[in-house]
Design a binder for this molecule. Structure first.
Ligand code: 5GP
Ligand code: ZN
Length: 114
């Protein structure tokens, strides 16, 4: 996807503060952080939304959670807790159509979300 912002970050064509990378995933700081930790974890494979995840993607989607867990632990959020969330579509406020897990930590987070 040549016009996808997160594919551009993956390819190094767009700057981002990358915090973790492995064979299948990249994690970087959200440009508009909503918590002391606000990291986005994306698959290197372009998948536009949750609605486009296929069974073949199950392993890489699982790896998004493993990456988020590792970053949360590294930042000491495993004791008090943190949130991972993925928005799908306009009602959820999805703005970038390349799936990404938001990892939010370092403060108390209200529930339910707005
Ligand atoms: P969504 O609303 O799609 O779930 O989340 C998109 C997220 O991407 C937002 O939290 C927004 O701040 C972040 N974002 C948008 N553009 C950029 C960018 O160019 N760089 C980074 N690092 N984050 C971005
Ligand atoms: Zn993409």
């Amino acid at each position: 996807m040549s016009d996808c912002l997160f594919c551009k970050i993956r390819d190094g064509e767009m700057k981002a503060s990358i915090v973790r990378e492995d064979e299948d995933t990249i994690a970087f700081e959200d440009i508009n952080a909503q918590a002391p930790t606000h990291v986005l974890v994306i698959p290197k494979k372009h998948i536009a939304s949750i609605d486009e995840i296929e069974p073949v993607d199950a392993e890489v989607v699982g790896k998004l959670f493993l990456a988020a867990k590792e970053i949360a632990r590294q930042r000491g959020h495993d004791e008090k807790g943190y949130r991972v969330v993925m928005n799908m579509g306009p009602d959820a406020g999805q703005a970038v159509y390349h799936i990404h897990l938001h990892l939010l930590g370092g403060r108390s987070l209200s529930w339910p979300p707005g």
